[in-house]
Design a protein around this ligand. Structure first.
Ligand code: DAH
Length: 373
C-alpha cells in the first residue's frame, strides 16, 4: 500500500469529519467510491494484476474501501442524529391546543322517536313489521274495506303510478301504514293455516299530496295491530295508555275515546289526550275538561273490522283484534317541542344540530314500560 494512498485515506477521513451536511458527505463519497472515484479506480487495477500481485495488494485496497465506506456511513448517521436533535429542540407540540373538529352527525328526531316506539312496544311483546312504500291499491284500500269508489279513498290525496297492479287496479305510494296490517295477517295465515295471534307495530313513511305547515307530502306513521281471541276495546285503551305514558315519560296522561269512523275498524275511536296551556304552550297532562285545559286529537284506532279480518284470510268469528295509527312526526313535535313539520325534511344541518340526538344516548327513555307498575 503506497503512502500516497494512505495519505489520501487520512485526508478523506479528515474531510468527512469536517463535512457539515449530507451533501458534503455525498460529494466525498462520489470522489472516493463513485464510478469514477479513486478507490473504485484502485479496485479496477486488481483485474489487471498477476495472481501473486493481486494476493498481495487486494487485502489493503479492500480494507481501504471498507474504511472509507464505514466512515461515510458513520458520518451520515452522525449528521442525521444531529439534525433530529436540532429539530426536537426547536419544534414544540402544544397538547393543550383544541383539536380540529370534524363534523358530527346526529340522529334525526323521527328516527329517535321510531326507536323509542320500537323499544316501548317491544316491552309489551310487539314485533316490528314492515311493508313496501310502493303499494298495490288492493292492500292500501280494498283489503281495508275501501272498495273502488269508496268515498274514503278520495280523502287520501293519493299519488298514483300509471302502472297496473297485479290484482288489477293501480300502483300507488301508500297513503298510510295500514296495508301492513293486511300483509301481516296474510303472512300469518300462510305460516299458520288456522291463524295465530299477531302483535306488531309498523313504523314507516307514507305519502299524500298535501303541503303546508302541518302537512308534508311524505310523513311517518306507526301502525299497531293486535289479533287474538277475546280481544276487546279495554285492551286497546290499556295499550294506548301504557304506550303514551312511557313515551311522554309521565304518569299524568288522560285519554278520551271519541266515537269515530274508519272503514277498517268497527267500532272506531279517535283518541284525544288532555293538555294544559302553560306560558302559551300546550303541555300534556290532566283531563282536557279541567279549567285551562283542552283535548288534543292524537290518533285513530278501533276494533279491526270483521271484513278486514276476513279479507286477510282469518275467521272473524274466531279472531278479533284492535288497531291504531298515529303520526310519528306529530309525536316527535309534541314530545320535543318542534313547531314546523316542514323543517323535519328540509335537511338543514343547523336544525339537526339543534334538535338531533346523539348516537350515544338513544333511546332517551328514562324508564321502560311499567316502571311504576
Ligand atoms: N290509517 C289511518 C290514517 O292514515 C289511521 C288509522 C286509524 C289507523 C285507525 C288504524 C286505525 O289502524 O285503526 O288516517
Amino acid at each position: 500500500m503506497s503512502t500516497e494512498n494512505t495519505q489520501k485515506v487520512t485526508e478523506t477521513l479528515a474531510r468527512l469529519a469536517d463535512a457539515a451536511d449530507a451533501d458534503a458527505v455525498e460529494a466525498i463519497r462520489i470522489e472516493a467510491l463513485g464510478k469514477q472515484g479513486w478507490i473504485s479506480a484502485l479496485l479496477k487495477t486488481l483485474g489487471k494484476m498477476t495472481p501473486e500481485e493481486r494476493q498481495e495488494q487486494a487485502p489493503a485496497i479492500q480494507a481501504m474501501r471498507a474504511q472509507v465506506a464505514d466512515a461515510i456511513a458513520a458520518r451520515k448517521a452522525e449528521l442525521e442524529a444531529a439534525e433530529l436533535e436540532a429539530r426536537l429542540a426547536t419544534e414544540t407540540l402544544d397538547l393543550t391546543l383544541p383539536a380540529p373538529t370534524s363534523p358530527k352527525g346526529s340522529v334525526h328526531p323521527v328516527s329517535q322517536v321510531m326507536d323509542e316506539l320500537a323499544e316501548i312496544f317491544a316491552d309489551l311483546g310487539f314485533a316490528v313489521a314492515t311493508g313496501p312504500e310502493i303499494e298495490d291499491d288492493w292492500y292500501n284500500f280494498s283489503a281495508l274495506n275501501m272498495p273502488e269508489s269508496h268515498p274514503a279513498r278520495a280523502m287520501h290525496d293519493t299519488f298514483y303510478f300509471p302502472d297496473t297492479a297485479p290484482k288489477g287496479g293501480k300502483m300507488l305510494l301508500r297513503t298510510h301504514t295500514s296495508p301492513v296490517q293486511v300483509r301481516t295477517m296474510l303472512d300469518t295465515v300462510k305460516r299458520n293455516p288456522g291463524g295465530a295471534p299477531v302483535r306488531i307495530i309498523a313504523p314507516g313513511r307514507v305519502y299524500r299530496s298535501d303541503s303546508d305547515a302541518t302537512h308534508t307530502p311524505m310523513f311517518h306513521q306507526v301502525e299497531g295491530l293486535v289479533i287474538d281471541k277475546d280481544i276487546h276495546l279495554g285492551h286497546l285503551k290499556w295499550t294506548l295508555e301504557t304506550f303514551l305514558k312511557a313515551f311522554f315519560e309521565t304518569e299524568d296522561i288522560v285519554l278520551r275515546l271519541r266515537p269515530s269512523y274508519f272503514p277498517f275498524t268497527e267500532p272506531s275511536v279517535e283518541v284525544d289526550v288532555g293538555f294544559e296551556i302553560v306560558d302559551g304552550k300546550r303541555v300534556l297532562g290532566g283531563s282536557g275538561d279541567a279549567p285551562g285545559h283542552g283535548w288534543m286529537e292524537l290518533l285513530g284506532s278501533g276494533m279491526v273490522n270483521r271484513r278486514v279480518i276476513e279479507m286477510s284470510g282469518l275467521d272473524p268469528d274466531e279472531w278479533q283484534g284492535f288497531a291504531f295509527g298515529v303520526g310519528v312526526d306529530r309525536l316527535a313535535m309534541l314530545k320535543y317541542g318542534m313547531d314546523d313539520l316542514r323543517a323535519f325534511f328540509d335537511g338543514d344541518t343547523r336544525w339537526l344540530n339543534h334538535y338531533g340526538f346523539s348516537h350515544l344516548d338513544q333511546p332517551t327513555l328514562s324508564a321502560g314500560v311499567g316502571a311504576k307498575a
